[in-house]
Write a protein that binds this ligand. Structure first.
Ligand SMILES: [Zn+2]
Length: 380
């Protein structure tokens, strides 16, 4: 009897270990990237909100300060860590941007805990690779919500602070529902609070939050902007359409739906917020398996047939919606928002060079703009 029991215990133990090891490795995997010559300082988000210090929610904040003074712009990616085009766009800025005027602040892994989480029930792959000029570069696929290992338990209903609006329980771990946050709230409220403090203390003029959204969801392929950002968003949208030939309409930020970056950042600071949505077929429900291929090329036969029935909110054909198009849109729209703001507010101008735009990304691919971590400082 004891022998059967010990064999069973061993089998259970070995199975648990084999299942847990890939998740442990995923959580501790670090994406290697090469901050460009424009990076003048690296801070931690906890420098602005000590409530996240020493937790997996703390994250790096890169400052790219130009020689000439001007305004300040913040780029945030991985608010939702399963929407990778924004993360790739933020790394393209981080590795390549030349800052001529003003300051660019980049947080590539805003919800750092969500980046280390996965969605095994949905069959998410753990990693994907991007081909570069010097080999394949590996990235982790995260989740929409922070890991329960970092914030637990969930309430039955998430009561938004300070509005008291009732939100889904899962949104307590969603950093696009926990704005503006508070210093002693649940961990994700402390993350958004630290970012609010950073924007207020650093006098950030513009905040751009990169996202991806389902092709069947109406708020996709767009710039979400509240009243105070609407004029610049409209000018940016019209300019990219006229000059670069892609659609990116403006969606007004609803004032009755709380906790979102494009609403609360504007209401709780002087910063002008913008949220950019690029289409992300991988997130749509009626697709084939959630493969790395689907994540990268956005090609899916079910979406194609739904497109023919006019069920999608974006143009969709056999070409799918490849990563380079999505990253290219993010880069161009962000650059255009900065350009329009600088034209309107010359004393707070932010001038950025050397970041590729849409047509260059579509032509050269995303990987072309990543530098080899083994050859720091030189372009491979
Ligand atoms: Zn999102």
């Amino acid at each position: 009897m004891w022998r059967t029991k010990s064999i069973l215990a061993l089998v259970v133990g070995a199975t648990m270990f084999a299942g847990a090891l890939p998740l442990y490795r995923h959580r501790h995997f670090e994406t290697s990237f090469v901050p460009g010559a424009a990076v003048t300082r690296i801070a931690r988000l906890s420098d602005y909100g000590p409530g996240i210090k020493g937790t997996m929610a703390d994250t790096s904040v890169y400052f790219l300060e130009g020689k000439e003074p001007g305004g300040k712009a913040l780029l945030m990616a991985n608010t939702h860590a399963n929407e990778p085009a924004g993360f790739l766009a933020s790394l393209i800025f981080l590795e390549n941007a030349a800052v001529e005027r003003g300051t660019l602040i980049i947080i590539p892994e805003f919800n750092n805990s969500a980046g280390r989480n996965t969605r095994p029930g949905d069959g998410y792959p753990l990693y994907y690779e991007i081909q570069t000029d010097w080999g394949a570069k590996k990235f982790r696929i995260g989740n929409r919500e922070a890991s329960p290992l970092d914030q637990w338990p969930d309430p039955d209903v998430y009561i938004h602070y300070p509005d008291k609006q009732l939100l889904s329980f899962i949104d307590v771990r969603n950093t696009n529902r926990t704005w503006p946050g508070r210093p002693d709230g649940p961990l994700m409220e402390r993350v958004t609070y630290a970012a609010m403090e950073m924007m207020r203390k650093e006098r950030v003029d513009i905040a751009i939050d990169f996202h991806g959204a389902e092709t069947m969801f109406p708020v996709t392929n767009c710039i979400v902007a509240p009243e105070k950002s609407a004029r610049i968003a409209t000018l940016a949208s019209m300019t990219v359409k006229a000059m670069e030939g892609f659609e990116n309409h403006v969606e007004p930020s609803p004032s009755g739906f709380r906790g979102l970056s494009h609403r609360e950042i504007g209401d709780f600071s002087d910063t002008l917020p913008f949220l950019l949505e690029a289409p992300l077929p991988f997130l749509d429900q009626p697709t084939g398996p959630k493969t790395v291929k689907l994540l990268l090329d956005g090609k899916d036969p079910f979406l194609l047939s739904l497109s023919k029935k006019k069920k999608l909110f974006v143009p969709y054909d056999e070409k799918g919606w490849p990563m380079e198009k999505r990253v290219g849109q993010h880069c161009s729209v962000a650059l255009e928002i900065l350009r329009q703001y600088s034209k309107k507010t010359p004393e707070r101008a932010i001038k950025i060079g050397a970041v590729p735009r849409y047509s260059e990304l579509v032509k050269n691919g995303v990987g072309h703009y990543f530098h080899n971590p083994e050859k720091k400082g030189e372009k491979s």
